[in-house]
Ligand binder design. Structure first.
Ligand code: NAD
Length: 298
């Protein structure tokens, strides 16, 4: 069993750290938020006075922070985590961050003599609680093999996507598909309504035809056809529109840098920006169907 430092004990990091405790590891955690620290402590996480104190004796360090600037800011520099950890520590960054920051994280880890993987997740807070997350992993074969047992304690599917940054690339490509497909399904329901088609009839046809997709059959944006979807509980998240927008913006930054043509990704980003700016950033992202319905294109 390993000594693991866990930095970032928020909505995702808190339950992930708790699952490492359940697997028998010794976890020392740190978060800037006293409430997050207290919740993690109640679930068996030891608390450190600072992030650097948490990593000093660790064999493995997991970071679960909001964005690339938080991860690179915490890890690098004379006062950072890489300098404070013993050489040869394994760093696992599970935050969703931009590919360029992920690559900078790997380079700085290597320069300090550490192994590293980028390992963003899908599955949300429910998956973090139930240890059923999917991990998309970037890094060397050796770092992936070293990280795998810890990721298995927090998730169900672990995919080695390639070298440094490949996990983040897979995450933002997947979520670009998700953002686009949710808008497509929502537009189809709204068009169907205006043509006098019931939600049930469209669902029955599209769910068994070529329109079938996760946004329709698992996360249906209108109430009724899929009773577990957020549409049936007033669009409480779930997966908040603000997080969908964050991932879409990451996809567009990456597309600009890589020179990839993503016209629908750009359109989805613009629509989710308008949806969030209309005061919906805390709603589930599938709530965009209501906003689309209310737009008048005549
Ligand atoms: P969160 O805001 O609940 O948690 C982030 C935590 O990091 C906060 O508690 C904050 O206090 C802490 N923090 C920030 N800077 C810090 C620092 N320098 N040192 C220590 N702690 C610091 O966010 P979350 O929902 O847990 O998401 C974390 C990451 O996971 C994000 O990158 C997010 O995009 C990604 N993600 C979230 C979900 C989801 O459904 N919530 C799903 C998949 C991926």
């Amino acid at each position: 069993m390993a000594s693991i430092a866990f930095i970032g004990l928020g909505n995702m990091g808190g339950p992930m750290a708790a699952n490492l405790v359940k697997a028998g590891h010794t976890i020392t955690g740190f978060d800037l938020s006293p409430a997050a620290v207290a919740a993690a402590q109640a679930r068996g996480v030891n608390v450190a006075e600072s992030a650097t104190a948490a990593v000093a004796a660790a064999e493995v360090v997991v970071t679960m922070l909001p964005s690339g600037k938080h991860v690179v800011g915490a890890a690098t520099g004379a006062e950072g985590l890489f300098a404070a950890a013993r050489p040869g520590t394994l760093f696992i960054d599970s935050s969703t961050i931009d590919v360029a920051s992920a690559r900078a994280f790997h380079e700085a880890a290597k320069a300090a003599g550490h192994a590293s993987v980028d390992a963003p997740v899908s599955g949300g807070v429910g998956g973090a609680e139930a240890a059923t997350l999917t991990f998309m992993v970037g890094g060397t074969d050796g770092a992936f093999a070293a990280a795998r047992p810890y990721l298995e304690a927090m998730g169900r599917k672990i995919v080695h996507c390639g070298g440094a940054g490949a996990g983040q690339a897979a995450k933002i490509c997947n979520n670009m598909i998700l953002g686009i497909s949710m808008i497509a399904v929502s537009e189809a329901f709204v068009l169907g309504e205006k043509l006098g088609l019931s939600h049930e009839a469209l669902y029955e046809v599209a769910s068994t035809s070529s329109g079938q997709c996760w946004s329709l059959t698992t996360y249906c944006p209108v109430p009724g056809p899929v009773p577990t979807s957020p549409a049936n509980r007033g669009y409480q998240p779930g997966f908040a529109a603000a997080l969908m927008l964050k991932d879409l913006r990451l996809s567009q930054d990456a597309a600009d840098t890589a020179g990839a043509a993503t016209a629908l990704g750009a359109a989805a980003t613009a629509l989710y920006t308008a949806f969030a700016e209309a005061g919906n950033d805390g709603k589930d992202f599938s709530g965009i169907v209501e906003w689309i319905r209310d737009r008048d294109d005549t």
